[in-house]
Design a protein around this ligand. Structure first.
Ligand SMILES: *Cc1c(COP(=O)(O)O)cnc(C)c1O
Ligand SMILES: [Zn+2]
Length: 476
């Protein structure tokens, strides 16, 4: 059975802006020379080429059955992510290997397209953010071990799920790590807020939106000794690459005629997914890159606006976000945009196809409700992917491909938007009008006063009769 790999490589941060290289032996989030965003580079990556693509497939396929705890989660693909960590550093809380569920027959027939959801809500804190946190916390743990740090404060700004994941991993690791999360007051759902509170993190709120929180934690990280856990932290990107490896493995390493749909917020996830596929292509683990579609709401679409322009003279502008049900992706100035630019160019140079589609708030909500009425557990961002698939098909961008939609979090985290839909209670700024046929409400089948007036046996009998009548049941 697989034991922990023995190979160790040298890694370094590389600046996406000035290309400077920096040691990974310090906590770095931006380039000290120019302030650019960083990516992690495996200096010995080419060593991996000594092993054939076929052999790598076998290694990972065999590792599916491992009993080694450190390799059970996202680090099944250890060699491609962080071959600098020791087994004792790795934190596994059940992250990764989320199920890929073929869309229900009715749903596929209705839309006239074959597709599946990858249900990322089945990660431990109920979103894909756990992948990145497993990466970031494992690295942090290795730093604590090697430097003998006696206390370390982690901070993150969050649209909800990052803080839930950070607080969970922080709580598990415990001493000397303490977790602080910074949230935009009133802009995370009650379920998401309950998560860091329940994990015992210090929860701070400020007025504003995510972009404001991000500015504050960036200032903190630049001036104080704290560990930043936003996706600016490139160890999170590495952890999130696992999504790409899992998708490839799930489809037997065959990405021909596959199209992935991923919601874009701060753009960390799409960056990680591109990076993962690029590595697999370079190592001949996959023959073809899948087509990749980022999806953004028209209320928060800076990446769409950029890629929508003529290729020759694209200019990037942050946008002012408007109210969005895809609240976890409601970001006007994505931190990872420079990473997307760099990797999308590389993706295309390797023969891949990168697109961004735009969808309406209305389409997102309808799609989420429809997905869940068909046995899926899509959050609003999962709905965004489905809406993106429908838009791509309408625009003729998807014809025969099999699509894999990233349902990035559990539906329960966004139950409030479902309720607004069912109760027709969206504030006007969302611009969402529910479809009556998709609304659902509980029915009171017997009045309280009636119950009080009856004996218990009569109550049971009358209630059963009412149900039979309501549902038009036949007598036995
Ligand atoms: C964070 C998040 C996103 C956006 O991902 P980015 O990496 O910020 O682009 C989408 N959906 C959910 C549920 C999230 O938590
Ligand atoms: Zn730089």
């Amino acid at each position: 059975m697989s034991s922990f790999p023995v190979i160790r490589h040298e890694m370094e941060y590389v600046c996406t802006k000035c290309n400077a290289h920096h040691s990974i032996d310090e906590l770095l989030y931006t380039c000290p020379n120019c302030g650019g965003v960083l990516l992690l580079n495996d200096k010995d990556f080419d060593e991996h080429k000594k092993i054939s693509g076929k052999k790598w497939q076998e290694i990972f396929d065999e590792r599916r059955a491992t009993n080694c705890q450190a390799l059970k989660g996202i680090f099944r693909y250890y060699e491609f992510m962080a071959p600098v960590l020791e087994e004792e550093d790795i934190i596994y809380l059940g992250d990764g290997h989320s199920p890929v569920i073929t869309a229900s027959k009715a749903l596929r027939e209705d839309l006239g397209i074959d597709f599946a959801f990858k249900h990322e809500g089945q990660n431990p804190s109920a979103s894909f953010k756990d992948r990145g946190m497993a990466g970031a916390f494992s690295y942090l743990k290795s730093m604590v071990r090697r430097h003998g740090w006696s206390n370390i404060l982690t901070v993150c700004a969050s649209t909800g799920d990052t803080s839930a994941a950070a607080a969970l991993y922080g709580a598990y690791v415990g001493d000397p790590i303490k977790t602080v999360v910074l949230l935009p007051e009133g802009k995370v759902t009650p379920q998401q807020l309950s998560q860091p509170l329940g994990s015992g993190a210090t929860v701070l709120q400020i007025p504003g939106v995510f972009d404001d929180c991000m500015k504050v934690v960036e200032y903190l990280a630049a001036h104080y000794r704290v560990a930043l856990l936003n996706s600016k932290n490139s160890w999170r990107i590495l952890g999130q690459e696992s999504y790409a490896y899992e998708v490839a493995q799930e489809f037997r390493w065959d990405m021909k005629n596959k199209a992935l749909f991923v919601p874009i917020g701060n753009a960390g996830n799409i960056t990680a997914i591109m990076s993962g596929f690029i590595k697999m292509k370079k190592l001949n683990i996959i023959e073809e890159l899948p087509r990749l579609f980022g999806v953004q709401s028209h209320h928060a679409d800076p990446v769409y606006q950029y890629y929508h322009q003529n290729r020759e003279n694209r200019i990037y502008h942050p946008v002012q976000v408007k109210a969005s049900v895809a609240q976890a992706a409601m970001i006007g100035n994505p931190v990872s945009f420079p990473r997307v630019q760099k990797l999308a160019a590389e993706y295309e140079a390797l023969g891949g196809d990168f697109n961004v589609v735009q969808v309406t708030e209305q389409a997102i909500m309808n799609a989420m409700i429809i997905a869940n009425r068909n046995g899926h557990i899509a959050c609003t961002q999962g709905g965004e992917c489905l809406a993106g698939l429908v838009a791509a098909k309408e625009q003729g961008k998807i014809t025969h491909e099999f699509a894999i939609l990233d349902a990035t979090a559990h539906a329960l985290k966004f139950a409030g938007f479902q309720e607004m839909y069912f109760e027709n209670a969206f504030p006007p700024e969302f611009g969402v009008i529910p479809k009556e046929s998709l609304q659902n409400r509980p029915h009171t089948i017997i009045a309280k006063e009636r119950k009080d007036a009856l004996s218990y046996e009569e109550f049971v009998e009358e209630t059963a009769h009412n149900i039979a009548q309501f549902m038009d049941l036949a007598q036995k």
